[in-house]
Design a protein around this ligand. Structure first.
Ligand code: DGY
Length: 445
């Protein structure tokens, strides 16, 4: 580490393992874990399974609870909401009344990257009693199949093989540069500036999205509410409809892992055949996300039917899904190496030569520990262990120097955004904190 801005101590790994468990304990609310107590005071869809992987190292029952309580809020359509508002809190905007879809507990009305099946496979593979874990997972597998079916049908009614997101938050890369062009077509009809709460919890506004972004996403929420969150209307009438290469890849990988889980559970048959057909169709459509000139995968604006002009870190995720060709992998390695020649700490959320890259701002430039693990997994899958090691070492260095922050400056390593961040602590425990990139239990939770 060379250019850290803040004068913080570099922790030893053992101290950090203990500190990571302390974060998970402090954010524990019984059956679910808060991503960060002040900034994100509810349960978030794709944070929970990632955190559950770490928890499973010491308490499998509690890890299952994290997943089960999330799926208790699954909608009849199969959609699993991105926020579950288990208890009221006035520290976050938008609250349940803004979505207006009710539920007990109330939820948001959009989803998030379907990483759960992949995390569940990790938990089952590391389980002390796999047969018992599979028994407990049985109802979860049914709910997961329904959720994946929702993505492949309600979010792809034409059966094109490309799933849509209708709100930037569904990507988990909230204000990514990837959404600038599609969002520019969303006419701002509301002013969210005085409603926002996030700025009370993060010291520097430069680390959070702009008001312009919030105004546009509030407009999208109001649109969804106006059509009663009807899936078909949202797909056909929403002013924002994009195929995110990130969600598309995470879904394909999760399909593969869900199929493995069903087979392990002795449920090979109709469900696994259906999943295989989704995978075949989705993989075949990946070519439409390839931008040959720049040698990168990109998001596809499904309203304009054109690839977005930006290259974000999601470009690497088709490797994580095992659906990049060797020639594409060569190009993607070059994109990664170029980014690394410009940033010390992999991997920036936007490639530094992309206009709009902002190294301090949320999903527009910083390096995110859990995203790094997913990207590293993809490089490893294709035998590029030097690149996956680099991701792990950089993540190790950033966390060692700055503790468990939400994200980090890719040039200086400075910790940014939310504090006491659960999935950063989890990323340390299952990956970044051990030399081999394996799991560490360290201290009991
Ligand atoms: C936020 O409020 O910024 C959340 O990330 C939305 O999921």
């Amino acid at each position: 580490m060379t250019t850290l801005n803040k004068n913080m101590p570099t922790y030893r790994d053992a101290e950090l393992a203990k500190a990571a468990w302390d974060v998970l304990k402090a954010n524990d609310r019984g059956r679910y874990t808060l991503p960060s107590p002040k900034l994100f005071p509810f349960q978030w869809n794709w944070d929970s399974p990632l955190v559950a992987m770490a928890i499973s190292l010491v308490d499998e029952d509690r890890a299952f609870q994290e997943i089960e309580i999330l799926l208790e809020s699954q909608w009849a359509s199969g959609m699993v909401p991105h926020i579950i508002y288990h208890v009221p809190s006035d520290g976050y905007f938008p609250g349940p009344e803004v979505w207006g879809c009710g539920g007990v507990p109330p939820t948001s009305a959009i989803s998030q990257p379907p990483i759960l099946a992949t995390c569940l496979l990790y938990i089952i593979e590391n389980s002390k009693d796999q047969a018992e874990a599979l028994r407990r997972a049985d109802p979860i597998l049914t709910k997961l199949t329904n959720w994946h079916r929702w993505w492949h049908t309600q979010r792809d009614p034409e059966g094109s093989g490309l799933v849509s997101i209708i709100h930037p938050w569904e990507s988990g890369r909230d204000n990514s540069v990837d959404w600038d062009s599609p969002l520019s077509a969303v006419e701002m009809k509301y002013d969210a500036s005085s409603l926002r709460k996030d700025r009370h919890h993060v010291q520097d506004d430069a680390e959070r999205p702009t008001d312009d972004f919030y105004n546009r996403i509030l407009t999208l929420i109001k649109f969804g509410k106006s059509v009663g969150w009807d899936d078909l209307k949202m797909i056909t009438e929403s002013p924002f409809r994009v195929c995110d290469v990130g969600v598309q890849s995470i879904l394909i990988r999760a399909d593969e892992d869900l199929s493995t889980l069903l087979k392990l559970a002795g449920r090979e048959g109709r469900e696994t055949e259906e999943i295989d057909s989704w995978m075949t169709r989705s993989k075949a459509a990946m070519g439409r996300l390839w931008h040959a000139k720049s040698g990168s995968f990109r998001a596809l604006d499904l309203i304009k039917n054109e690839l977005v002009p930006s290259v974000s870190a999601a470009t690497f995720l088709p490797m994580y899904a095992g659906c990049a060709t060797d020639a594409q992998v060569k190009c993607l390695s070059k994109v990664f190496e170029k980014a690394m020649s410009e940033c010390k700490f992999s991997v920036p959320q936007t490639m530094p030569d992309t206009p709009g890259f902002d190294p301090k701002n949320y999903s527009r430039g910083p390096s995110w520990p859990f995203f790094n693990r997913i990207v590293a997994d993809g490089f490893k899958r294709y035998g590029l262990t030097n690149l996956s090691d680099r991701l792990r070492e950089d993540t190790h260095a950033m966390i060692s120097a700055q503790g468990f922050r939400e994200y980090y400056h890719p040039s200086t390593g400075e910790g940014l955004g939310g504090e006491q961040f659960a999935w950063t602590a989890a990323a340390w425990l299952i990956w970044a904190g051990t030399p081999a990139g394996g799991a560490t239990t360290g201290v009991s939770i």
